[in-house]
Design a protein around this ligand. Structure first.
Ligand SMILES: *Cc1c(COP(=O)(O)O)cnc(C)c1O
Length: 398
C-alpha cells in the first residue's frame, strides 16, 4: 500500500489522537528504521524509549518467537513460570519486594495509586497523592489527574479527587502540601515529558527521609528512566536510596507492551486476592521478551556502554553548544539527554527527520535524545553531524 493510501485510511478510520509525521515505518534493525518508500533513518528516539535495546534486538526476537510457538497467554488464575522468573529478575535488579504485572505505564501507575490508597486507607484514611508539576504519569483518568500538566486534563472534568501537584525539586513545597490525609508522593527521578529535568541529590535524599518520617509511601515512576537508560538499571540507584514502590513499562519488554510495579513486601501484600487484576498482565510472551532484555543488559555490558556513550554524546553536544549559539543547556544522565534550545524545537526535529535522524522535542524547546543502549560512537558522530547542519541553518541572526 502506498503512503498516500495509508494516510487516507488513517484519516477515515483511525481516531486523530496523535500528531503524526507522514511516514510509514515498516522495518527496524538496531538503530536503523526504514519507511515504506525505502528511506533509512537513524533512531535516536525509539518510541519514548520503548525499543531501548534498539529495534528487533536478536535476543528479544528469539525469545518471542520461541514462546509464541509454545503458549502466548496464560490466564492469571493459573501460573506461568516466566512471570515468576521476571518478578525475580525485577526484584534482584531493584529492591526486595513483590511485583504486579500490567500492560502499560499508565496501568502500572494506576496499580500504584490503588495500592497507595488501599495501604493508606487502612492507616487512618490516607488517600491523597502528591505528584510534581511538569510530571507525566499516563493518559487514564486517574493518571492525567496525577500528571502535573494542565494540558492533558482539559475537557475531561470532573477529575477524580485526592490528587495535587507541587513544584519539582522543592522539598519545602512538598512538606507544606502534606496533610494527615497524604498517602503517597510520586516522582520521576528524571522528568521525561517535563523536559529532562534531573532530580537533585539533596532533594531525593530529603524526600526519602521525610516520607519515612511521615509514614508516606514514596513512589518512583521509572517508566521512562528504567532499564539502564540513565546508566544504572533504575535511575533511583544514582541516589543511594530506595523507593517503597516503583512503576515500570516502556523499555521493560524490548518493544512489546508490558507494565509492572514493585512494592516493598509488607506494602505489596495489601493487594490481596481479588483486589486488583489485569487480564493480559504478565503473559508468558511479554515476560519472555522482558527476561531477554534483562539478559541483554547483563551479558552485553550495556550499562557500561550507556556510561561511555552517554559521556561521548554529552561531550559532542557541548562542542556543538560552543559553536552553534542556539543551545541554552544540556541536561540528563546516561543516554537520557535533553538539549534545551533558545529557539523552538519542532522545526529542528522536522529538519533532522528530512536528513534521516529521528529525535523528539518536549516542552517546546527541549530536544530529547534517547538512543538505544546499544548505540555506537559512529552513530553518535552521524547524529551530531546532522544536528550540527540543522542548528547552523537555524542560527539566530544577531
Ligand atoms: C510514557 C510514560 C507513562 C505512561 O506510559 P504509557 O505506557 O503510555 O501508559 C507514565 N510515566 C512516565 C514517566 C512515562 O514516560
Amino acid at each position: 500500500m502506498k503512503t498516500k493510501k495509508i494516510m487516507e485510511l488513517y484519516n477515515d478510520y483511525v481516531m486523530p489522537t496523535y500528531t503524526q509525521t507522514p511516514i510509514v515505518l515498516v522495518k527496524g534493525d538496531g538503530l536503523k528504521v526504514f519507511d515504506s518508500e525505502g528511506n533509512e533513518y537513524l533512531d535516536f528516539f525509539p518510541g519514548w524509549a520503548v525499543s531501548g535495546l534498539g529495534h528487533c534486538h536478536p535476543r528479544v526476537v528469539k525469545a518471542i518467537k520461541q514462546q509464541a510457538g509454545k503458549m502466548i497467554h496464560v490466564p492469571n488464575n493459573y501460573m506461568n513460570e516466566l512471570q515468576a522468573q521476571l518478578a525475580l529478575a525485577i526484584v534482584k535488579n531493584s529492591f526486595d519486594g513483590k511485583v504486579f504485572f500490567a500492560n502499560s505505564g499508565a496501568e502500572a501507575n494506576e496499580a500504584a495509586i490503588k495500592l497507595a490508597r488501599k495501604y493508606g486507607n487502612q492507616r487512618g484514611g490516607r488517600f491523597e497523592i502528591i505528584s510534581m508539576l511538569k510530571s507525566f504519569h499516563g493518559r487514564t483518568l486517574a493518571t492525567i489527574t496525577m500528571t502535573g500538566q494542565d494540558k492533558v486534563k482539559v475537557g475531561f472534568e470532573p477529575l477524580p479527587a485526592g490528587f495535587l501537584s507541587v513544584p519539582f525539586n522543592d522539598l519545602e513545597a512538598l512538606k507544606s502540601a502534606v496533610t494527615d490525609k497524604t498517602a503517597a508522593v510520586i516522582v520521576e527521578p528524571i522528568q521525561g515529558e517535563g523536559g529532562i529535568s534531573v532530580a537533585d541529590e539533596a532533594y531525593m535524599r530529603g524526600l526519602r527521609r521525610f516520607c519515612t518520617e511521615k509514614d508516606i509511601l514514596l513512589i518512583f515512576d521509572e517508566v521512562q528512566t528504567g532499564m539502564g537508560r540513565t546508566g544504572k538499571v533504575f535511575a533511583y540507584q544514582h541516589y543511594d536510596i530506595e523507593p517503597d514502590v516503583m512503576t515500570l513499562a516502556k523499555s521493560l519488554g524490548g518493544g512489546v507492551p508490558i507494565g509492572a510495579i514493585v512494592a516493598r513486601r509488607h506494602i505489596a501484600d495489601t493487594l490481596g486476592a481479588g483486589s486488583h487484576a489485569s487480564t493480559f498482565g504478565g503473559s508468558p510472551i511479554v515476560c519472555a521478551a522482558a527476561l531477554a532484555v534483562f539478559e541483554a543488559i547483563d551479558e552485553e555490558g550495556l550499562i557500561d556502554n550507556v556510561d561511555k556513550m552517554g559521556a561521548y554524546l554529552v561531550s559532542s553536544l557541548k562542542k556543538l553548544k560552543s559553536t552553534s549559539g542556539v543551545i541554552k543547556e544540556i541536561r540528563g544522565k546516561g543516554l537520557m539527554i535533553g538539549v534545551e534550545l533558545k529557539i523552538e524545537g519542532e522545526k529542528i526535529v522536522k529538519e533532522c527527520l528530512k536528513r534521516g535522524l529521528l529525535i523528539n522535542c518536549t516542552q517546546k524547546k527541549t530536544l530529547r535524545l534517547m538512543p538505544p543502549l546499544v548505540v555506537k560512537k559512529r552513530d553518535i558522530d552521524k547524529a551530531i553531524k546532522i544536528l550540527n547542519e540543522v542548528l547552523n541553518n537555524n542560527k539566530v541572526k544577531p
